[in-house]
Each structure stands twice: as C-alpha cells, then as structure tokens.
Ligand binder design. Sequence first.
Ligand code: ADP
Ligand code: MG
Length: 566
Amino acid sequence: MEKKQFKSESKRLMDLMIHSIYTNKEIFLRELISNASDAIDKVYYKTLTDKDKTFNKDDYYIRIHPNKDNRTLTIEDTGIGMTAAELEDNLGTIAKSGSSDFKDDQEMEEDFDLIGQFGVGFYSAFMVSDKVEVETKSFDEETSSVWVSEGADGYTIEPGTRTTHGSKITLYLKENSEDNNYDDYLEPYRIRQLVEHYSNFIRYPIKMVEEKSRVKEDTKDSENPEYETYLADDVLNSMIPIWRKNKNELTDEDYNNFYHDKRLGFDAPLAHVHLSIEGAMSYKAILYIPGQAPFDYYTRDYEKGLELYSNGVLIMEKCSELLPDYFSFVKGVVDSEDISLNISREMLQQDRQLRLISRKIDTRISEELKKMLANDRETYEKFFTAFGNQIKVGTYDKWGQDKEKLQDFLLFYSSKEGKMVTLKEYVERMPEDQKYIYYATGSSVSQLEKLPQVSIIKNKNYEILYLIETIDEFVTQTLKQYQDKEFRSVSSQNLGLEAPEENQTDDDTKTSEVDEKLLAKMKDLIGDEVVKVKTTAHLKDDVAYLSTEGDLSIEMEMTLNTMPQG
Ligand code: ADP
Ligand code: MG
C-alpha cells in the first residue's frame, strides 16, 4: 500500500508541532476530546437544520478506553465522522481545520461554537504515541475508513469496518523513558484527573470504560461467592459549568462548594461576584474575594490570575492580565466564546479582549468592596486584615496612579474611635478649626499613645490616625491629602495649632536670653543627634518631644535611611 506524505511540507512542520507548540504533553487528551465534542456538535447542528433528522441526546457521547494489555488508549465519539476524502483533507494536511471550514460553510450563527480552529490539535497525539489510528465513518456515507500514521513520515488510508457514524482514535503509547511515564495515561485515576482538569465542562458525557469486579450472580447466596470482572462506563465530566447557570438557581453554598472543588482556596470566601456579560465581547465569570491571604501571598512566589476557559475548555490556569495588581487576591474563573486563541491555546493573542474583561472585573470588585464596607463592616475588616496591605501598596505603586480609586478602601486605627476608620469618616468629623489630618507612626498603638506630641493633638480634641505598618507612611506621602485636607505627622515642626490659652503669653517666636543659653547648652549636650533645640507653647503634661524639620515622620526618615541608596 502506498504511503502518502503529509501535504504541508511536512517533516519539519510536524516536528515543530510535536515538539514545540505545547509545553505540556498531557494536553493531547484535551485536544482529542475537544475534537470529539466538535464532531458531535456538528451532528447536532446538521439535525437542527435538517427536518428529517433528529438528535437523540443519549446517542451522543465520548468514550475513553485505557487498555493496559495492549498499551493503547482509545477516544471514541459518536460525532459526524469523516469520509475518506475528509480524512485526507483534515488529517493529511497539517494546519488545516475542518472545523473552521465547517463554520465558514454553514455561516453559523454566533452562538454555535466549535472549539477547533487551527488544525493542529490532533497532532498533539504524537507527543505521547508512536502510532495513531483513526477509524471513522461519516454521517453522510455508508463506508468507513482507517487512517494510520507513525508520525512525520506519512500516513495510509484504508477501508474500515465501522458501521455507525463517529470516530475512534487509537493511540499506541510510546515506551516509557527516563523523563516520561506514558503508562500513566492508562491509569483510570490519571484520566479522570485530566478530564476534570481540562474538559470538565464539555457539553457531552465523557465516559471512561473501567474494569470493575463484582460477585457472580449465581454464587451470591453461596458460602464462597465468586467474583467476575466486567467493563463499566463512568461519566467523568460535570458538563454544565456553574457559571453558565442562572444566579437565581444558585445558593451561597453552591458558590462555596465550587470554590473548594476548584481548589481556589481552603478558606471561606467573603464574597462572590457572578458576571454574565453579553455584547461585543460575551463572557461569564465567577469571582471570589477570599477570606484569608494564601500563605505565600505577600511573597514573590505568589502568582495572581484567574482561570480562563474558552467555551468550557480550560485555556490557562492563571491568566494574570485579568486582574490589576491591587486586586491580585481575587480568585475565580472566566469563560468566553469570543476569546481569540493562538494555535497552542496556551497563549492569547488578543490583549484587547482581555483588557476589556479586566476592566469590567476591576469595576465589579470595587463595587463589591464598597458594598461590603457600607453594609457589613465586620466582614470588610476581615478583608482588610487579609488584604489591606495590598490595597495600600496599590495606592503608592505606579507613581500613585490608582490612589484616587483606592483611597476610600483604606482603614487606619483611630485614636478617637479605638478602631479602624476610613479617611472619609475621619474628615467628616473634623472640627472646623482643625487644619490637617494628623497621623502618628510607630510600632504599636500603645507606644504611640505615650508620645508627648500625640497628647498635644489629643488635648485639642483632634483625632489621630495611628500608622503601625511600615508601609503606611508611603501611603500618606503618596496621597498627600484627602478631600483637600493635608496629612500631617504629629512629629512635624508645624502642627498648625493655636497655642493653648494658659500658654498664650509665651510667645513662641521670642525666646528670653536665659532660655537661649539653656537651649544652646542642651544642644551641646545632645550633640549631632539633633539639629536644633527649641521651646514650644504646646506641651502640657510632658517636658519635651522630638520633631522633624520636613514633612516626614521620624520613623519614615529611619526607614528611608535604612534603604539601599540608588
Ligand atoms: P482543529 O480542531 O483546530 O480544527 P485538529 O488538528 O484538532 O484541528 O483537527 C483537524 C480537523 O480534523 C478538524 O478540524 C476536524 O475537521 C477533523 N477531526 C479531528 N478529529 C475529529 C473527530 N473526532 N471527528 C471528526 N472530525 C475530526
Ligand atoms: Mg482540534
């Protein structure tokens, strides 16, 4: 029999397909299942447009059969199949997509979505196989054909014996090597895992033929029952993704179960957002605000991102473009029919589409947080405990370009309220004569309460924000002001205060000669540790305090001094 050469100048192209497009061998199963699902979709579409034909849902499925004795893995479908000519066209030409042509031919309606479009997925089978056999019978023809290939050097097509429409792809797995254990793909648990991971939401049942054992019927009541093995089908995929369901049909528990099933986190999420967007770019998404930061969240190892599906098929586990850095804690999934993929499905071509989705996600998460802050303060504080530092970094990151948006999500500890407050709350209760938003920086609230300059402000009955995280002052330095009120450190020289009445006669600007001498003596004793020693009219219960000349607090100056100089 004549062996035919692959059409598109092949050996090198085929090598490229097999060795460099995919980084991960296991995706071959996803590709073959996607093709099978497309093939069934095509039958479905034909029956929709042909009144003489009906589509009986039970007749349509994908069946995987791992056979350890033969070291083969078969993937069978009851789809549209291929004629000999189509076999030649579709599998004899690399980068020829019958599915893409099908779409063009039928002028398919928007909502009919085939997965295939690039015509290379099939060849991924050669990443794990020495030989691939395709026995197929077309929906439109009585005869069947068998296509066989051992890879780059060509293929044969012969008549086959299949009597029902559909295709059966048999993979003769490669021998195990040091780096690869191909036997793994014969293990039911592994197949189950791959299907759940990549193809869980394929619309047709994906069954696996599994060998099981049971008690023989006629020995059931005897003292020594005998066992027999039999083959049984298990459906592996859940078929309807939760994000395609209607919000009204879903309970909080459903959402939480999905969060845990998908291993998005082990905690209880604080909130979820279910998006169902129709338009130029249609997509569905379920997003979660987790209740706890993952253990590696504030390290370089943490990777932000959402799971990205195209039509129920997993494309990317962590698509980072979908989340702004300041919301990097968000977990969830996005599924879109409109995402354009490049041929490997591992990278996305269309940044613009992702940006569109990402902007929407940004807005909806912001809304959700605002709602939480307004209606459920306790939950919001939990959120802030877990992820507040990320929001703070977001306000000063990228030269503060997002500060306006993020400032209302900030919470700081208030001297007046004894709890966390927002900047808005602070400014709203400022007395008329108070000029600045005062803050004190230190390592703990109790340490700050003892500062002389804190009691100066407190004596005026003004509120102070206690900044006890190292990054807090980067935030106030970047914001500079909130609703036209400037931030001012309590250790600043200029606190903008009127002197207390009992000290009114002491004029700050005029220091007596005796005082001058005393101050000079003090400066001598302290030495270079301070720039100047001055009198003040503001102290009441304390005798002295430290202040800085510029806008920075002492703590901030210390932090900056310990940073590497660039
Ligand atoms: P794509 O799916 O991107 O079109 P593939 O390389 O995966 O590319 O498949 C090439 C073509 O082979 C498909 O477009 C389809 O026409 C045909 N094909 C592959 N698998 C099947 C199948 N199980 N049943 C029917 N046709 C198939
Ligand atoms: Mg394909």
